[in-house]
Design a protein around this ligand. Structure first.
Ligand code: FES
Length: 653
């Protein structure tokens, strides 16, 4: 007679197994993703499965009620004490008797898919580096003089096939009490390195310890530090928060911070200390908000630009301020969080920092590549991460190029006369009627246009305080479309434009968007200086993209992805009217939101993704804009709105 046939759903994996084989064992042998923390002892219930009964014509089998064994005492005890959903069985206890179809519910899979909100978003498959393992350790006796740690290692090798193990002193200190309290059964949090290095025991608890494990995905930007606190079992974000980077007081932009380090002995150290303190505060806020014990945070993944990278690590960034922009290291880094003075996490927590692409193109750009995957794209995609510095990636599955371009902070509303950060009260969207030249706008925090009834009363709560990055881009593009601005970027006078909103300012003009002075508010205008600042920023961005296109030998890209927290708010039409991005059909411009942050989350949840991005970064061709003469040519030509020579046929549509 033949052995019973076992079919797992949803994977469809199938095989024949001798009567009496535990379902978990069959799953293991077929490579079915079925979780287990206790190693099949009927303790953890992570192996829950649902057998299906009846006729399965598709598979050509009929499953009888007795396809699985009766409940044994272990399984019964678990059900009585902890309860099991109707129809569920413990896969490690139930054994195969006859042909059977077995469903593995999502929560029993290790490699769960994380549901993400954005439709275009890459799915994250859970494969965390840190997981829990339950082990039974042999008791010491007079004839076996080995240490407790050695016997724990032996148990992990025999029961979980993990051989190369390290334990920090902090774990060693907890080891002996945990083993005795747990009656020689313990649960360990184990960090397995994706490069195949030794696994590390990060923590140990007596008995079976059903605790959550958590991690941090941190996007360390020069202006803001954003962090997500994630559950390492299912990838859910439990809390997110951001703070200003306190290094701003040492210099607004990256180069001024490098200068600060060059001019002031100990300056780099001051900035390192400032950012580490801010990180601890940020993480503390997140754990409080989520109601989680900081000692359960076992991992943190960082993405950042090269200067932030060096300052976080306590490395002097001086070399990054001058050609040839050598990094101390461009490789990814794995190190204990304690080395970065991260004290609001488990004392043995591990940090992973993504690799840098080049001296100007950092781990943040690598994270964007991990999230957007240009290296797997069939069509040629231009990914632009817009911030103080723009990171630009161009590529497809055959080749990927990257550069960074010094856009300056104008796109973030800095160096703009009425500019401000994106915060309630900031003008974020602008439309100008081409006939009347009258503007209407929206402010952050209020879901209505300025020409709707009741706007003034509703806006009184926050006030109208200034104009943020996306607002200034829309304002300038709308001014151009309404004929207030000529192609060279000059604002016309009241006579030339026919609107009193164009007011004289010295020898130039400014366009009034909002005059709040009668109510004691600000006068918000777009000045000639603002236009110049935006022109410089957009020329730098466009020139960087063109340089990559030259290198690739193309004059058109198939699609454009706008990334960055700010990229999420730029309207594609306005970006193209300004000539920020090369001409492409508007429906081929997508927003990826904070792709760097997403990349950090992917690397946190999936340790194989760390290996993937390390490989991809090796293959990315870096183009250095600073030494490329064509960059200057492109930059000058890109100053016109949208461009002096390049055609923008899609705009005409
Ligand atoms: Fe732990 Fe089945 S594997 S209960």
């Amino acid at each position: 007679s033949t052995d019973p046939l076992v079919i797992f759903t949803p994977s469809g994996k199938r095989g024949r197994f001798p009567v009496g084989t535990p379902v978990l064992t069959a799953a293991r042998q077929l490579g079915v993703d079925l979780d287990s923390v206790c190693g099949g002892r009927g303790i953890c219930s992570r192996c829950q499965i649902t057998p299906a009964f009846g006729d399965f014509p598709k598979h050509g089998i009929t499953v009888s009620r007795d396809a699985l064994s009766d409940w044994n005492s272990t399984e019964q005890r678990y059900k009585d004490k902890r309860g099991l959903i109707d129809g569920r069985r413990l896969g490690c206890q139930a054994t195969i008797q006859h042909d059977v179809v077995i469903d593995v519910p999502p929560e029993s899979q290790v490699h769960k898919q994380v549901v993400r909100k954005a439709a275009s978003a890459r799915t994250i498959i859970m494969d965390p580096a840190t997981r829990r393992f339950f082990v039974e350790v042999a008791e010491p006796d007079m004839h076996d003089p080995t240490g407790d740690l050695e016997r724990l290692k032996r148990a992990l090798r025999d029961q979980w096939q993990i051989d190369d193990l390290r334990a920090d002193l902090a774990v060693l200190a907890k080891l002996q009490p945990a083993l005795r309290k747990g009656n020689w059964q313990v649960t360990v949090a184990l960090h397995q390195d994706h490069r195949g290095g030794p696994a590390r025991i990060l923590d140990i608890w007596p008995g079976y310890h059903d605790t959550g494990l958590y991690g941090l995905a941190i996007d360390l930007g020069s202006t803001t530090i954003a962090a997500h606190l994630c559950d390492l079992a299912d990838g859910q974000v439990l809390a997110s928060s951001g703070v200003m980077n306190p290094q701003i007081r040492f210099g607004e932009d990256l180069m001024s911070r490098v200068s600060y380090a060059m001019m002031n002995p100990g300056g780099a150290g001051e900035m390192t200390e400032a950012v580490r303190m801010a990180l601890n505060g940020l993480v503390q806020g997140l754990t409080t908000e989520a109601g989680i014990d900081p000692a359960l945070i076992f991992e943190a993944v960082f993405v950042c630009n090269p200067v932030m990278h060096h300052l976080l690590l306590g490395l002097d960034p001086v070399e990054l301020g001058q050609a040839p922009f050598a990094l101390a290291t461009s490789d990814s880094l794995s190190l204990p969080a304690a080395q970065l003075d991260l004290s609001t996490v488990n004392e043995c927590a591990q940090v992973y920092i993504l690799p840098c692409i080049a001296g100007h193109v950092g781990a943040d750009a690598a994270a964007v590549a991990l999230s957007e995957q240009p290296h797997k794209s069939k069509d040629l995609v231009l990914v632009v991460d817009v911030g103080t510095n723009a990171e630009i990636i161009l590529g497809d599955e055959s080749r990927v190029l990257a550069c960074s371009s010094p856009t300056g902070p104008a796109f973030e509303g800095a160096q703009i006369s009425s500019g401000q950060r994106a915060a309630p009260g900031a003008i974020e969207r602008v439309e100008i009627d081409p006939a009347t030249k009258e503007p209407r706008f929206r402010i952050i925090g209020l879901d209505m246009w300025s020409d709707e009834d009741g706007f003034a009363e509703a806006a009184a709560a926050t006030g109208i305080s200034g104009i943020c990055g996306s607002g200034i881009i829309e304002a300038v593009a709308e001014m151009r479309m309404a004929g207030i601005l000529d192609p060279s970027g000059l604002i016309g006078s009241a006579e030339q434009t026919g609107t009193p909103r164009c007011i004289a300012e010295g020898r130039t003009h400014a366009y009034t968007i909002w005059d709040g002075r009668p109510e004691g508010g600000p006068l918000i205008t777009v000045t000639q200086g603002d236009i110049r600042a935006i022109q410089l920023a957009k020329s730098a961005l466009y020139a960087g993209a063109r340089l990559l296109m030259d290198e690739m030998g193309v004059d058109k890209v198939d699609r454009v992805v706008l990334a960055g927290a700010f990229g999420a708010h730029i309207s594609p039409k306005h970006a193209m009217v300004l000539g920020m991005i090369p001409d492409v059909a508007l429906d081929k411009v997508q927003s990826a939101g904070n792709a760097a942050g997403t990349g950090a989350r992917i690397a946190l949840c999936n340790s194989a993704a760390r290996a993937e991005i390390e490989r991809v970064v090796q293959q990315i061709n870096k183009i250095e804009t600073a030494i490329e003469p064509r960059f200057q040519e492109h930059f000058v030509a890109a100053s016109a709105i949208p461009h002096a020579t390049d055609p923008f046929p899609e705009l005409a549509q």
